[in-house]
Write a protein that binds this ligand. Structure first.
Ligand code: NAD
Length: 235
C-alpha cells in the first residue's frame, strides 16, 4: 500500500486530500503548522524550515516506511498594494508558498528515487493564470510553483516519478472565508458564484478528486501538467 504525505493537511484543501486518499486505502500522514491531532501521522512542522520538515518526515517514515506520494497544499495568502509590500512580507509569502514546496519535495524525493515510482502534486492557484491585484507576492510564488512543476517533471520522468500542479480557483475553505471576512474578495463568496461559469463555489473535495486522479496509476502518462479546477474561472 502506498504512503502519502499531505502538507497543509490540517485544514481546507489539504484536509480533503488527506481524507480522500485515506478513503482510497492510502496510508496518509500530514504536515502542518497546527496539526489536526497529536498522533505520529499528524506532524507539526513549518514547511519553510528544512530541519522541521526533515524531523517530521523522520517521524512519518518510522510509522509508515518510505513515502512515494506527496501533495503540497500548505500555503498562505496575502493582500497588499505592491508599493506597500515590505520585503519581510514579500519574503514570507514566497517562503511558505514556494520555498516550502522546494523543501518538502527535496526531502521526500530520496524515497521515490529508491522506489523508482512517485507522485508529486503541487497546489498552486488559478491566480497564476489570471493575475490578481494586491497579490503580487502570492501570484509570483504560485506562478513559480507551476514553473517548478514543469521543469521537475522533465527531470523526474525518467525515474518513474510524475509531477503535476492543481491550481484551484475559489474553493470554500477557511482561507477563502477569512479573505471574505477581511473584504479582500471584492464581494461575498455568494456574489462571486454568479461570476463562476458552473454557478457554485468550489469544494475542497473537488480539488481532492483531481489530486487523487493525478496520483493514480491511470495518470502515469500525465506529467508536467497544470490541471485547473476552478468552475471555469480564470482558465
Ligand atoms: P487553509 O488556510 O484552509 O489551509 C492551509 C493550511 O496550510 C493550514 O492548515 C495552515 O496551517 C497550513 N500552513 C500554512 N503555512 C504553513 C507552513 N509554513 N507550514 C506548514 N503548514 C502551513 O487554505 P486552503 O484554502 O485549504 O489552501 C490550501 C492551498 O490551496 C494553499 O496553497 C492555497 O494557496 C491554495 N489555494 C486555495 C484557494 C482557495 O480558493 N481556497 C485558491 C487557490 C489556491
Amino acid at each position: 500500500m502506498k504512503n502519502a504525505v499531505v502538507t497543509g493537511g490540517a485544514s481546507g484543501i489539504g484536509a480533503a486530500v488527506a481524507e480522500r486518499l485515506r478513503s482510497q486505502g492510502y496510508h496518509v500522514a500530514t504536515i502542518d503548522l497546527k496539526p489536526a491531532d497529536d498522533g505520529p501521522l499528524a506532524q507539526a512542522a513549518d514547511v519553510t524550515d528544512r530541519a522541521q520538515v526533515d524531523a517530521a518526515l523522520a517521524g512519518i517514515r518510522e510509522s509508515l516506511g518510505p513515502i512515494t506520494v506527496l501533495v503540497n497544499a500548505a500555503g498562505v495568502d496575502g493582500f497588499q498594494r505592491f508599493t506597500k509590500i515590505d520585503f519581510a512580507e514579500w519574503s514570507r509569502v514566497i517562503d511558505v508558498n514556494l520555498n516550502g514546496v522546494y523543501h518538502c519535495i527535496q526531502a521526500v524525493l530520496p524515497d521515490m528515487l529508491d522506489a523508482e515510482w512517485g507522485r508529486i502534486v503541487n497546489i498552486s492557484s488559478s491566480s497564476a493564470h489570471s493575475g490578481q491585484p494586491f497579490m503580487t507576492h502570492y501570484v509570483a510564488a504560485k506562478s513559480a510553483v507551476n514553473g517548478l512543476t514543469k521543469a521537475l517533471a522533465l527531470e523526474l520522468g525518467p525515474k518513474g516519478i510524475t509531477v503535476n500542479a492543481v491550481p484551484p480557483g475559489f474553493v470554500d475553505t477557511p482561507m477563502l472565508r477569512n479573505a471574505e471576512g477581511r473584504k479582500r474578495l471584492g464581494g461575498t463568496v455568494e456574489e462571486h458564484i454568479q461570476r463562476t461559469p458552473v454557478r457554485r463555489v468550489g469544494r475542497p473535495e473537488d480539488i481532492a478528486a483531481a489530486c487523487a486522479f493525478l496520483i493514480s496509476e491511470d495518470a502515469g502518462y500525465i506529467t508536467g501538467q497544470i490541471l485547473g479546477v476552478n468552475g471555469g474561472r480564470n482558465t
